[in-house]
Design a protein around this ligand. Structure first.
Ligand code: NIG
Ligand code: FE
Length: 406
């Protein structure tokens, strides 16, 4: 299959680097106005202005619309069962998220629902979410387990992720998050659960590429998180961490020290944490939808991080509790208004930097010769329009590996 996209405003992110001063070209779109992309067998063959179009190429005239790399959502809890709208009214009335969890609700409520669900139930619900994501421009998504908290259900979640990856156009990258909450039966013996998670690692390895821990006061301490993550590293997992989300526990420092591919949330990161991340290769994945939905006044200090040279990605954090939305374009709006990112920076954070946060920048995240032809055509001619006209879907078409899927 040979396609030539012509007359596009192409945000290529070509030549984009994550240099030590990684803030440097953050938000440089590598824009080619009125450009052409040649796609062959699912890969980008050429991109540029005034390219000659070989005769056997099918021409797609996008009429001045914006073309971007497929969006990458590098932090989601895609596969889970049920929902928690029953807790919504409590939160509206001011009950803190962590208090609901301490009383056995929150994450633990989704754990109960997910434990009872069949693999088919999980697939049915997650497919719907994946369809939504794809319709909004997401072509690669990360999927965390963590609503099982026992081997059987964690495996069920990860198997669902693998099946979806093989059946659905969106690429699904699995992360094992057995350390997402302390199960009620381990309330008095959290270290016992840490040992359980460590025992699961070699068994879940063939289903997951990453290992993640919810490092937070009252959940997993820095010491417990380090123990799990270092073991995971020995088994060959790449590492992620939910860090400094609610209180600063110095999770960011841990991420930098042990070489996590990403540290996520970071609302409460301290100065030292920012310095350490800036010196490291770890990508900061910011999730402003979560602050918004939890009605927190606190957002990650994105400007400070960028100025110090921390590389920023954005993600939805799609999950049934703290952020039930699959919409990356809404997250771009929230990132502009609350993290003060420019629209171009939000797009970089959802494409090339997001690819880095999944260790996938070698084959996706930008529109460059040799990369996978994951492309989104937006029904507007510039990037600023997407977050500005908020709450709706601006996608006109999506191509996954060169095939039209939306
Ligand atoms: O990333 N912070 C921990 N985990 C999720 C929330 C999961 C839930 O509430 O179900 C998060 O925000
Ligand atoms: Fe999360």
């Amino acid at each position: 299959m040979k396609l030539a996209f012509v007359n596009g405003n192409i945000a290529t992110f070509q030549g984009y680097t994550l240099s030590p001063q990684r803030g440097e070209n953050f938000g440089d779109l590598g824009l080619i106005k009125g450009g052409t992309i040649l796609v062959q067998n699912g890969y980008i063959k050429e991109v540029g202005k005034d390219l000659p179009i070989p005769p056997d190429y099918q021409i797609i005239d996008v009429q001045g619309r914006l073309i971007t790399p497929g969006l990458i959502d590098s932090h989601t809890h895609l596969v889970h069962y049920g929902s928690r709208e029953g807790e919504y009214i409590w939160r509206i009335q001011g009950k803190p998220y962590m208090e609901i969890l301490k009383e056995g609700g929150g994450i633990l409520s989704s754990v109960r629902q997910t434990q009872k669900a069949s693999l088919e139930d999980l697939l049915k619900q997650s497919r719907k979410s994946l369809d939504r994501m794809l319709s909004m421009g997401i072509t690669t998504v990360e999927n965390k387990s963590g609503y099982g908290l026992n081997l059987e259900t964690e495996l069920k979640q990860l198997k669902a992720g693998q099946i979806l990856n093989s059946q659905h156009p969106v690429d699904v990258v699995n992360t094992f998050l057995g350390a997402h909450a302390i199960p009620l039966e381990y309330k008095e013996n959290p270290d016992g659960y840490v040992e359980e998670v460590i025992k699961m690692l070699p068994i879940v390895k063939e289903y997951a590429e990453f290992c993640d821990v919810f490092c937070e006061e009252g959940v997993f301490s820095v010491a417990q998180s380090e123990k799990i993550l270092l073991k995971a590293k020995e088994y060959g997992f790449k590492l992620k961490i939910h860090a400094d989300e609610i209180v600063s526990t110095k999770g960011a420092q841990l991420a930098a020290r042990i070489g996590c591919v990403s540290a996520d949330h970071l609302l409460a990161i301290d100065e030292e944490g920012i310095e350490e991340l800036a010196k490291s290769k770890t990508i900061a994945v910011l999730l402003p939808g979560t602050s918004f939905n939890l009605m927190s006044k606190k957002y990650a200090p994105a400007q400070k991080m960028i100025n110090k040279g921390v590389a920023i990605a954005l993600a939805t954090d799609y999950n049934p509790g703290s952020c039930p939305t699959e919409n990356p374009q809404l997250i771009m709006t929230l990132a502009c208004l609350n993290l003060k990112l420019t629209p171009a920076q939000t797009l970089a954070a959802f494409t090339i930097n997001a690819a880095h946060s999944l260790d996938l920048a070698h084959d996706r995240g930008s529109i460059e010769k040799g990369k996978i032809a994951d492309l989104v055509i937006f029904d507007c001619d510039n990037v600023d329009y997407i977050p500005y006209h908020f709450g709706i879907n601006h996608v006109q078409a999506v191509y996954k590996r060169g095939i039209k899927v939306v």
